[in-house]
Design a binder for this molecule. Structure first.
Ligand code: DGY
Length: 328
């Protein structure tokens, strides 16, 4: 690259990625612990050649339009629902993302949430901490068995498949629903393809692994929740708005389903007085699916590689809008 391009980075990411970028670019880094306000992003992108952003940044048509010199957007995440891909494509700007490197970390968390909700771990921990553990109780904190139960996976992409592998290790029957049927994976892992309604009605655990799109927005609303078994557990490590929050609160309060375990919520973050946080049958963790040192380091390197490729005018190794290159 002849001149040092200018890059705006909207939050500190692991140093291993930042170092790569700093070697060849002038880096303007937002040092705040919270995301930069949209007004700041609008100002900063106006004079930048590249943007390295997070899922908490609204990279909409206005921001993309303000980046008159912008040649590449690189997202430090696999999901890109915060970015107006159509607006980026219309301006000829490739958008990078980080698929693959966070698959196993996110699948581990989904399974941890599933097991924690089934076995009521937060209630157990709370009981011990509150000094209420008085004896071994034959009828205390009885939960649901995971071994040989039925799990329904919504979205059999990378993470859904990684969850299916874990579920098979727990002797589970695995149902899945996806827009596209995957016969090879069905055969390899012994999965059963079912329609969404069937999955909801049969699964003891429903775990969500679809991207957030207009089609999946509020996919799990009142109708879906009422279809689930009263003993079912809902796990969401995908995106908060895939679930209709008010309907979920009602479902958990009124026993339409037994429990929910959420890594993502709508809104995100949840305010401390949110009704979901008052329910003993709801576990919420703060969007930590990819939060392992290894996964975050690899995400940082991948985000840097995408960014630098875009600045060199090369095709991004991991592009979320390949249509920008014409013909995919
Ligand atoms: C993603 O990458 O989309 C996750 O939600 C955060 O790692």
């Amino acid at each position: 690259m002849p001149n040092r391009p200018t890059i705006y980075v909207t939050r500190r990411i692991p140093e291993v990625g930042l170092l790569q970028v700093r070697r060849v670019c002038e880096v303007w880094l937002w040092e705040g612990e919270l995301p930069p306000p949209k007004g700041v992003i609008l100002q900063e992108v106006a004079d930048c050649d590249g943007l390295l952003c997070l899922l908490t940044d609204p990279i909409d048509a206005e921001v993309i339009g303000a980046g008159k010199r912008l040649r590449v957007i690189s997202q430090f995440a696999v999901g890109v629902d915060n970015i107006d891909l159509a607006a980026a494509t219309a301006r000829g700007i490739p958008v990078g993302h980080t698929p693959g490197v966070l698959t196993e970390a996110t699948a581990d968390l989904a399974f941890a949430l599933l097991t924690a909700a089934a076995r009521r771990l937060p209630e157990g921990i709370e009981k011990v901490r509150a000094g209420k553990w008085r004896t071994w109780e034959p009828l205390g904190l009885l939960g649901a068995a995971v071994w040989e139960a039925t799990v329904g996976i919504v979205g059999l992409g990378r993470i859904g498949t990684a969850v299916a592998r874990r579920a098979r290790g727990f002797g589970m029957r695995v149902l899945y629903y996806d827009r596209t049927r995957k016969p090879d994976l069905e055969a390899e892992l012994g999965l059963e393809y079912v329609e969404m309604d069937d999955l909801l009605a049969r699964a003891d655990f429903v775990t969500l692994h679809c991207p957030l799109t207009p089609q999946t927005h509020h996919l799990i609303g009142e109708e879906a929740l009422r279809r689930m078994k009263p003993k079912a557990v809902l796990v969401n490590t995908a995106r908060g708005p895939v679930v209709e929050t008010n309907a979920l609160v009602q479902a958990l309060k009124e026993g339409w389903i037994a429990a929910a375990a959420l890594d993502v919520t709508d809104p995100e973050p949840l305010p401390p007085d949110h009704p979901l946080l008052e329910l003993p049958n709801c576990i919420v963790v703060p969007h930590i699916g990819s939060a392992t040192v290894a996964a975050r380091d690899r995400m940082a390197v991948m985000a840097a590689e995408n960014l630098l490729a875009g600045l060199r005018g090369e095709r991004l190794p991991y592009c979320a809008n390949p249509e920008v290159y014409g013909g995919g």
